[in-house]
Design a protein around this ligand. Structure first.
Ligand code: ARG
Length: 468
């Protein structure tokens, strides 16, 4: 039986009937549909609408549906069910008889779908926090192992200054901790329960909304029935957070691709996550990284779809909202499937530390430190910059590093150069010079590492994160 056949004299056009169904994709909400239906049934019993026996029979019926779906996936091949709500109503009536039709008393699919999508997002956020914790852990473990190793930091993709490998890895940790924090923040607004909102104006029965919310693990009921039945902000926020996370993954992937090319040679692509070329025998291609970059576009597309979908909708529920489901599921699935793979990649990849260190000690990346040395001797910064620029010019002409220039030549450029100059340009000295919190000096990186460890641990503990 349809959920709304009474008013209609003509059957639906068969093509339209098929086309408008959401069951092919909202069937995955079945566990949430069953949970929410159980909470509604118990509220009906408390309100005196169902007898204790009817409640027991409905709850048993809901359990049976859940078990059947788990044990035989064909059970879900229902070509008549309009959506997951209709499917459960039909099956319940088939299992327990017409008492099954009492379950829908005083509720609307509008509040149901809003509730179940919130339960879906909440579960995804919790999964993602766990996966993010593992992902961040892969960076922290590598950073701890990296010790005093250095690599070049780039600005404009030109060699800029040397940094500790750990400092570089911690830059990514910050991005992903922000992503985790965004998800945790999003979860707060997700975790409110629309049940009892009815179709638009609120339930027509005095259902205890507090109890229904608590039974489903929500922090409380939503405040306004019109908003609750038509609000998809939680989905938009969630997918926007995913899109930001995918964007970070994409930036990371791009840098890894770059660093794996022979021109850089910092990263040895792990074979278990790379592929060869059918034509060129020498190739080892960074397919995992390229797909991560590509999938970011897809997740961003989902975020755009959701925003565009909702932007022209008057209050309250409109059927357009059914179209929020697929991009929401797709974005969630895409990111959830990527995180364990990139984590595996990061745990397996080998860094070519010799090349990194060597690159960090060349290309005049100690020039700013050299200017700082003159500033210490009272030379105004702009003039120090000018003098070191000239020294670089001279070194370029001679094909040597700054620290190879004889003192006499340096003193011709500026009288403030003295014998201490050359030792100040070693990699260790240059790194130690950046002696501020958040800088690459080893003692600060050590502290930053501890601090990041603590924040990452709070992710697993599901504590609210503090972003510093
Ligand atoms: N399948 C629908 C959706 O996802 C459920 C809500 C239907 N509500 C309605 N008034 N037709 O949006």
């Amino acid at each position: 039986m349809k959920m709304w056949s009474g008013r209609f004299r003509q059957p639906l056009d068969p093509e339209f009937e098929k086309w408008q169904r959401s069951f092919p994709y909202d069937r995955r909400l079945l566990p949430f549909e069953l949970e929410a239906s159980g909470a509604h049934a118990r509220a009906l019993e408390r309100a005196g609408i169902l007898t204790a026996a009817e409640l027991t029979s409905i709850l048993t019926g809901l359990d049976t549906i859940g078990n059947k779906a788990e044990s035989s996936p064909e059970f879900l091949n229902d070509l008549e069910a309009e959506d997951v709500h209709h499917f459960v109503e039909k099956q319940l009536a088939a299992i327990i008889g017409t008492a099954g039709y009492k379950l829908h008393t005083g509720r609307s699919r509008n509040e149901q779908i809003a509730t179940e999508l919130r339960l879906f997002v909440r579960a995804s956020v919790d999964t993602l926090q766990e996966l993010l914790a593992n992902w961040i852990d892969a960076f922290l473990t590598r950073a701890e192992k990296a010790g005093g190793e250095a690599l070049p930091a780039y600005t404009h993709l030109q060699p800029a200054e040397p940094v500790l490998v750990a400092h570089w890895l911690l830059a990514y940790v910050e991005m992903f901790l922000r992503d985790a924090d965004r998800l945790a923040d999003c979860r707060k607004r997700v975790n409110l329960c629309p049940l009892g909102s009815g179709a638009v104006a609120g339930a027509t029965l005095t259902l205890n909304r507090q109890v229904m919310a608590a039974e489903l693990g929500f922090d409380g009921p939503t405040a306004n029935s019109m908003d609750a039945t038509s609000d998809r902000d939680f989905a938009i926020e969630f997918v926007n957070s995913l899109s930001q996370l995918a964007l970070h993954l994409s930036r990371w992937a791009e840098e890894m691709i770059l660093f794996s090319t022979p021109a850089y040679g910092f990263v040895e692509l792990p074979e278990p996550y790379s592929t060869g070329s059918s034509a060129m025998p020498q190739k080892k291609n960074p397919d995992l990284l390229e797909l991560v970059r590509g999938k970011a576009a897809r997740v961003m597309g989902c975020a755009t779809t959701l925003q565009t979908l909702v932007k022209g909708l008057p209050l309250a529920y409109n059927k357009d909202l059914q179209e929020t489901q697929e991009p929401l599921f797709d974005a969630s699935d895409t990111v959830i499937s990527m995180l364990p793979l990139v984590t595996g990649w990061m745990q397996t990849v080998e860094f070519n530390e010799d090349r990194m260190n060597q690159a960090a000690s060349t290309a005049f990346m100690n020039a700013w430190a050299a200017a700082a040395y003159l500033v210490e001797r009272g030379v105004p910064s702009r003039l120090a910059h000018e003098a070191i620029g000239k020294a670089v010019q001279l070194a370029v002409e001679r094909g040597c590093d700054l620290q190879k220039l004889p003192l006499a030549d340096l003193q011709e450029i500026h009288p403030s150069f003295d014998a201490a100059f050359h030792s100040r340009l070693s990699l260790a000295e240059v790194l130690a010079l950046h002696d501020v919190p958040g800088g690459t000096a080893p003692r600060h990186v050590k502290r930053a590492l501890q601090n990041a460890r603590e924040r990452a641990a709070s992710l697993r503990a599901h504590e609210p994160l503090v972003v510093r």
